[in-house]
Design a protein around this ligand. Structure first.
Ligand code: ARG
Length: 576
């Protein structure tokens, strides 16, 4: 779509040149504002900064610029109010441009090309093997997926990596526990829960019998050395756990390009350690090796333990180096909770100290914690709230709500799934990611709030309007040919058109800030704008041209909502 900011800054730059103002120290594009009140125009340009250069009152400068811009056909009207130049976009050109894009190129009108030829790696979800995939993991999983979709939409080649926690001394413990108290059938029936119970049992027993810890250490060493039996058990635990994780990924329709977890880097660590050593970054400290980060106000990073074994950060150093070599990324993103702020600050600093300028391209996309309202989430499986149960409950409750509302639907199960799961994803993304938030079922599934179901419902309403309309008129609305759309230049129609136009900007902002909530908020605004339009205007009337024009806006809106939701990993059912 037309980028008005670019057009306006060109026009203003031309005027300034005519006025012989040196534009060296002023960035016109950055100075352009969007007035909060539409009555003050679509865009505004404040002239205070020019006063010194021109030795004139800012009001007078604004008046002169306004006068000169008057002739540009981008604008319908340009006027000055005090020191501001207020610009009103020529409506018909704007209407034509938005409809042409959002109706004729409906499927990809928000697509961008800025990322062409650039690779982004995104590390997200990354649960730990044999540990529950619980409500706490929901954030990294859905935020990561949304950021993947948003960047892909901008043309980047985005590589999704599930950095599974599949390595470490805990696997020695689990193997010991399985050998002592384990049972194959139990693991196969309920892998995570069963493995977790072994792990817990191990800790209980090890308190009484410290021998067990030694045994676990030895077992882990065997695993590291590639002993067949240990490796087979570990592989089996990993496979069974992944099966369970995949149930959740299937429900969310999330895929990964790589499942290279921590274990993948075990043979890459010696080289990374050597490099740290060679570059003089390792220090001995109480039998461990550390990187001293005091100079940067950070705790030292322990790189190897006294028994020589590696740590989480050691694996992450090897991982970062590997990803640069393998993918030559433009950016390397890590979607991980704020609890690991220090870990990533240390990691990126170490990479920088190793002399890699690309350390600046590594980004920790952190997020706050989810807590639960008392009693809202109960689970059959005990104290931990499993993500799978949350998603199932969302689908069941949605089905109840749909049945209760009595909206007839053919594929009620499919719709309940798309709406229920969509509701959980939307709720997750709608919160500013940095903030902690409370998961509350009543808010998640509210069809009238600023929620996923509300937005989806609005989309379905737009679809049903199109279905009810005369076929020939719909054809005309879809083709736009010979259609007089000038009536869309007023009131709620024009407001809605502007919201559809601004979706592209919202997507761009969401990408720049790694903040999908910019998109959820904007889609809610589009839905609200549509419902205002729907309530204020008679859309299907006797007047064929008027109906077609309004329907073209309905189609544009429907496409905007569907596109926006798709970038968040949410479906847009046509009926509900
Ligand atoms: N498995 C870790 C956890 O659950 C997250 C891993 C994040 N990625 C990374 N490269 N450190 O806390």
């Amino acid at each position: 779509m037309i980028d008005y900011k670019v057009q306006i800054s060109e026009a203003i730059n031309n005027v300034l040149m005519e006025m012989e103002v040196s534009t060296e120290n002023i960035n016109v594009a950055d100075m352009i504002e969007r007035p909060s009140d539409d009555k003050l125009g679509d865009y505004a340009f404040p002239c205070f900064k020019l006063a010194k250069e021109l030795r004139k009152a800012p009001q007078q400068i604004a008046a002169e610029i306004a006068e000169k811009l008057q002739s540009s056909d981008v604008f319908e009207k340009v006027e000055n109010v005090n020191a501001y130049v207020n610009m009103y976009i020529a409506k018909q050109g704007f209407i034509d441009d938005v409809l042409k894009n959002a109706v004729l190129h409906g499927d990809d009108f928000t697509k961008g090309t800025e990322g062409e030829g650039k690779v982004i790696t995104i590390d997200f979800s990354s649960p730990n093997i044999a540990k529950p995939f619980h409500i706490g993991h929901i954030r990294t999983t859905v935020i990561g997926n949304a950021i993947y979709l948003i960047y892909k939409n901008l043309g980047y080649n985005v590589v999704r990596i599930n950095h599974l926690g599949d390595y470490g001394t805990q696997f020695g413990k689990m193997i010991v526990a399985y050998r002592k108290w384990g049972n194959k059938e139990d693991v196969e029936r309920e892998p995570i829960k069963t493995l977790l119970s072994y792990y817990t049992k191990f800790h209980e027993e090890a308190e009484k019998d410290p021998q067990l810890d030694d045994e676990a250490r030895k077992t882990f060493l065997n695993l590291e050395n590639g002993e067949k039996e240990e490796v087979e058990l570990w592989q089996w635990f990993r496979d069974e756990s992944l099966k369970e994780f995949n149930k959740v990924y299937d429900m969310l329709e999330i895929d990964f390009d790589s499942y290279a977890g921590e274990s993948f880097y075990s043979d890459k660590m010696p080289a990374a350690l050597k490099e740290l050593e060679d570059k003089g970054l390792l220090k001995d400290s109480q039998n461990t090796k550390i990187v001293d980060l005091e100079e940067y106000n950070m705790a030292p990073a322990v790189i190897t333990k006294s028994d020589g074994s590696s740590l989480y950060i050691t694996r992450d150093i090897a991982t970062a180096l590997y990803r640069k070599k393998e993918y030559n990324f433009h950016k390397s993103l890590y979607v991980v909770a704020s609890q690991q702020d220090l870990h990533f600050a240390q990691l990126f600093k170490i990479v920088e100290l190793m002399g890699y300028e690309w350390a600046k391209d590594c980004v920790h996309i952190q997020f706050g914690m989810v807590s639960l309202t008392e009693g809202t989430l109960s689970t059959r499986k005990g104290r931990v709230v499993f993500l799978e149960d949350v998603l199932n409950k969302a689908v069941e409750s949605t089905k109840e709500i749909i049945l209760e509302k009595g909206v007839v639907s053919e594929n009620i199960d499919q719709v309940a799934k798309e709406v229920g799961i969509g509701a959980v994803i939307f709720n997750e993304l709608a919160h500013n990611r940095i903030k902690d938030y409370v998961f509350d079922w009543d808010k998640v599934l509210n069809f009238d709030g600023e929620t996923g179901p509300y937005v989806q419902y609005t989309h379905a309403r737009a679809c049903s309007l199109i279905n009810r309309a005369d076929e020939n008129i719909v054809k005309k609305a879809n083709g736009l040919e010979g259609l007089d759309t000038s009536i869309l230049g007023e009131g709620s129609a024009y407001d809605l058109l502007k919201l559809v136009y601004n979706l592209e900007g919202a997507i761009k902002e969401a990408a720049d800030r790694y903040e999908p909530s910019v998109i959820t908020r904007h889609i809610v605004k589009i839905a609200q704008g549509f419902n205002r339009f729907y309530n204020e205007e008679r859309i299907l009337s006797e007047d064929a041209n008027e109906t077609a024009a309004k329907l073209s806006l309905v189609i544009a809106t429907k496409n905007a909502i569907r596109n926006g939701l798709a970038l968040l990993g949410i479906k847009a059912p046509e009926r509900m």
